[in-house]
Design a binder for this molecule. Structure first.
Ligand SMILES: *Cc1c(COP(=O)(O)O)cnc(C)c1O
Ligand code: SF4
Length: 460
């Protein structure tokens, strides 16, 4: 085409200069055979690496194997530190080759994926004195084992107790994964009689419209279980929405691409939902932009092409996504691959993960910064899941927040009317004076009472 066949359009004058495409980092996804950087995978071709069976088979589930895999590529001091870390951790180990190859082994101490999956003894902080193993009180709100009915119209159904990965900071470390040296778990095995009791309860409650199918992780459900659970729920007249919760998309996207039986089961349940006017969605769990690769994009594209909505729930983690750069890039990159950033959870108060928690103030600052950077429907809500069963509360909605003692107080009028719930910032992030007060058990109740008193009499 020559210039005279098309009218020349003037670019309207700039109000601000265009952004250099090289700076649009959220669209630049890791591609190619990046796994070959790991000596153990140097000869693995793409077809093999993209096969979920290979990923599962070579998933590392024993600390000694993990340590052997990284020997030689990680500094020896790091390997020793990790060996000591595993001995103290409340979570079992499970790391896929895919995850292992996304970690920067030249600087593993600060790598945002290493922090999530591999504990280091040198980073351990003592647990907060107000921390409990089932910090959300999920068992107290369970009418039958593994079904938490806390909110009026929705319930959480923990169908299985295993995951394709084990996260150090897991909220359900009371039940998920194998027993470890420090924790004996509640049993949430995928048993049909336990499921039947949950189905019977759900069917008996007309107010229940929305079921979260979680665990553990829906990725570890067999295809026929996906069909069975999905069909049983969608056939109930009261049910309007279900969601399968899985971190699998983030840690083993290969399954979406190569486990056709599992993927078909999801597509079938989704189609049944469409034909009966009910929503079937998938909720996943990415925490850092480095977890989103060209492989993740292909996996999400396969679901997008089937019309399956994918939403993301992140956990706010110190050293991982607690800066405007990392959180900003995560939110934009999720939007780029058609995953809606739905929630960012302020880290629950779970055992052995104190080094990963951060303050409510961090959540408030990040929310303020992120809002406005992209579409409103791609802007996550920052929530505190109030310890003791208050449920998810917008982080900004505290009745009182004492930044000195790190105590924030929330209420949940539609969930637990009349009750007050306290969340506690990690102690090492407080002033020295406040740290000294927390070191003295005799002062704990006075600090809590003062915060509750303010919440009752001077709500924010
Ligand atoms: C998170 C959660 C739900 C779902 O809540 P949404 O805000 O709709 O995502 C349901 N039940 C329990 C117990 C939960 O923790
Ligand atoms: S995938 Fe979810 S349930 Fe499983 S260990 Fe991680 S945070 Fe816990």
């Amino acid at each position: 085409m020559t210039d005279d066949t098309l009218p020349v359009l003037d670019v309207p004058p700039a109000l601000k200069p265009p952004v250099d495409p090289a700076e649009l980092a959220h669209g630049q996804l890791l591609d190619g055979d990046f796994w070959r950087r790991i000596p153990a995978y140097a000869d693995v071709d793409e077809a093999t690496f993209l096969d979920h069976r290979w990923q599962s088979k070579y998933t590392i589930t024993r600390p000694d194997k993990l340590l052997r895999a990284i020997e030689g590529i990680a500094p020896q001091g790091f390997v020793d530190d990790a060996a000591a870390g595993f001995a103290r951790a409340p979570m079992a180990v499970r790391v896929s080759p895919y995850l292992l190859s996304l970690i920067d082994w030249k600087a593993p101490e600060v790598d945002p994926l290493r922090i999530q999956f591999i504990p280091l003894a040198s980073r351990f902080l003592p647990d907060h004195p107000k921390l409990g193993l089932d910090s959300l009180g999920e068992q107290a709100d369970a009418p039958t084992p593994g079904l938490t009915h806390r909110y009026p119209d929705k319930a959480l159904f923990l169908v299985i107790d295993t995951c394709p990965v084990y996260c150090r900071f897991c909220t359900r470390s009371y039940a998920v994964g194998l027993d470890t040296d420090t924790v004996e778990k509640v049993q949430l095995k995928p048993k049909k009689d336990r499921w039947s009791q949950a189905f019977a309860y759900i069917a008996s409650r007309p107010e229940l419209e929305d079921i979260v199918i979680s665990g553990g992780d829906a990725f570890n459900l067999r295809a026929d279980w996906i069909r069975e659970i999905g069909t049983r729920l969608l056939e109930m007249p009261n049910i309007r929405r279900i969601r399968f919760a899985t971190k699998g998309l983030a840690v083993m996207p290969q399954k979406i691409l190569s486990d056709d039986d599992w993927f078909s089961a999801l597509v079938e349940v989704h189609a049944l939902g469409r034909h009966t006017g009910k929503e079937v969605a998938l909720h996943t769990h990415f925490n850092h932009p480095n977890e989103i690769t060209a492989i993740s994009q292909r996996a999400v594209a396969r679901m997008f092409s089937e019309g399956i909505t994918v939403r993301n729930q992140s956990v706010l983690l110190r050293g991982v996504n607690d800066t405007t750069d990392s959180m900003g890039l995560l939110v934009k990159r999720l939007g780029h691959i058609n995953v809606h950033p739905y929630y960012v959870y302020v880290h629950d108060m779970v055992k052995g993960a104190e080094d990963m928690r951060t303050t409510v103030q961090t959540a408030l600052d990040l929310e303020k910064w992120v809002r406005g950077t992209t579409a409103g429907f791609n802007t996550p809500t920052f929530v505190v899941d109030a310890p003791g069963g208050g449920g998810k509360r917008n982080a900004h909605s505290y009745e009182h927040y004492d930044r000195e003692t790190g105590i924030s107080v929330y209420t949940a009028p539609s969930v637990k009317p009349g009750q007050y719930f306290a969340y506690f910032d990690p102690i090492d992030r407080l002033s020295e004076a406040a740290q000294a007060r927390w070191a003295d058990p005799a002062q704990h109740q006075a600090m809590i009472d003062a915060a509750l008193e303010q919440a009752r009499n001077n709500p924010a």
